[in-house]
Design a protein around this ligand. Structure first.
Ligand code: HEM
Length: 415
């Protein structure tokens, strides 16, 4: 932190802080009560305001003309963004656009993500879920649920609609972790430098998706890759940079997020054997349980917004041009919205008010997919076990953007 600045803001920057969820939530809870809009200044980072209350995160998300996305939407050292800019590969996804530009680009894939379109993929999701429940049984019910089931299952679902062949899934996984997990020593591999990891990863993505786009233009398939490769925006083909980043966001946003919700959701559920039994007895509870898992885990840790004119949030004056960090995990534990927010409860009456998917014009495009994936796998998995519990200590990712339980040793008695 910068000398003389409030050190409490370090929990939003330090990837290691997120790996201790109890300590993190305790610190965020203090901020919600005492400094809900906290100015954070740290070496190497342009200062930002950390917004921790539900109502403030909601308000900022909904007022898309007052709080803009264009510019860096994810917190990273200034140097990293300067480097990406100098290399001409600075991010430009849907998340980085506003207004008409954003609407036009979102329209490219919007129909693919509408509830009716997603419902048509249910049979495919069922088959993939069956396959992974089979894998769980083959492992005798003893496995690292996060790595053996949640990660490959959610990856398979999204890649199957995207059009990436199964043999390339490990590459997609590695590249996604190169962007989202760049600070976690487990994913850094031979590189000692997270910046280098991000730039290398983007260059690799570019090679892969340029080839894929050329292929889909020559030979269209019934998949998202074909839609993106052939997209028209404002009557012209979508530009090369935006096309690359469209591929990147679809390839990365859909699986780590959902797998962290699934693994972290199961981790929470296993703390309450009576809730496991309730779900086994009443599988229809899975709809609400899924929302509670997503509230509880909040796998996306933040996004940034930029203020166009001075405004006041929770009594704090924020100037035009300032940036705000929306803390979804904190907002999802706000005691003014969720009664006993630190308790996991699959019957929570307002679990569907989870703000883990954001809000307003950028509301998560894939939320219907994410919910369906969890709702499809969980009841099938629980139907196949007599009982299930932890078989070791869960481990959380060190990541300040997308994170959650990365290792979940479980042991089950199979039926
Ligand atoms: C539990 C799982 C997921 C969580 C927690 C999550 C969370 C989020 C959040 C917080 C945002 C930004 C919202 C905002 O700025 O207001 C977002 C945007 C987005 N998500 Fe998700 N997401 C999940 C799953 C998915 C899936 C399965 C996909 C499918 C590809 C996906 C694709 C996207 C896209 C494309 C955007 C950008 C939308 C835009 O800017 O218009 N997400 N997500």
């Amino acid at each position: 932190m910068v000398d003389g600045q409030d050190p409490r803001g370090s929990i939003f920057i330090d990837p290691v802080a997120y790996a201790n969820q109890e300590a993190w939530h305790s610190a965020a809870g203090e901020l919600r009560r005492q400094a809900p809009v906290l100015r954070v200044a740290a070496d190497g980072y342009t200062p930002f305001w950390a917004v921790t209350r539900y109502d403030d995160v909601f308000t900022v998300s909904r007022h898309n003309d007052l709080f803009l996305n264009t510019r860096n939407s994810v917190l990273g050292p200034d140097l990293q963004y300067e480097l990406l800019g100098a290399m001409g590969i600075e991010p430009k996804t849907l998340i980085h656009m506003d207004g008409e530009e954003h609407r036009q680009h979102r329209n490219v894939t919007n129909t693919w993500f509408r509830p009716r379109a997603v419902a048509q993929r249910q049979a495919a999701i069922d088959n993939i879920a069956e396959e992974f429940v089979g894998r769980f049984r083959d492992l005798g019910g003893c496995c690292d649920f996060a790595q053996d089931i949640a990660v490959p299952y959610t990856l398979r679902v999204i890649m199957s609609i995207f059009g990436v062949p199964e043999e390339d899934e490990p590459t997609m996984l590695r590249l996604t972790q190169g962007i989202f997990g760049a600070a976690d020593p487990e994913y850094l591999g031979d590189l000692s430098d997270p910046f280098a990891m991000v730039t290398t990863t983007i260059a690799e993505f570019e090679d892969y998706f340029n080839a894929m786009a050329a292929e889909r233009r020559a030979d269209p398939h019934d998949d998202l890759a074909t839609v993106i490769a052939n997209a028209q925006v404002g009557g012209c083909p979508m530009d090369r940079h935006a096309t690359l980043w469209y591929f990147v966001i679809v390839a990365t946003a859909g699986h780590d997020t959902t797998s962290f919700a699934l693994s972290g959701g199961l981790e929470a559920l296993l703390r309450y054997p009576d809730q496991v039994k309730a779900l086994q007895a009443e599988p229809q509870l899975v709809v609400n349980a899924t929302d509670e898992m997503i509230r509880w885990t909040s796998p996306v840790r933040h996004f940034l917004r930029y203020l166009t004119q001075p405004t006041t949030l929770s009594g704090v004056e924020v100037a035009a041009g300032d940036r705000l960090l929306l803390s979804y995990p904190s907002a999802n534990r706000d005691e003014t919205v969720f009664e006993e927010p630190m308790t996991f409860d699959i019957r929570r009456p307002n679990a569907n008010r989870t703000i883990a998917f954001g809000g307003g014009e950028h509301f998560c495009l894939g939320s219907t997919f994410a919910r369906r994936e969890i709702r499809t796998l969980l009841p099938r998995l629980l139907a196949t076990v007599e009982d299930i519990g932890l078989d070791g200590k869960p481990e959380f990712a060190q990541a300040n953007f997308v994170g959650g339980v990365k290792h979940l040793p479980v042991a089950a008695t199979l039926r």
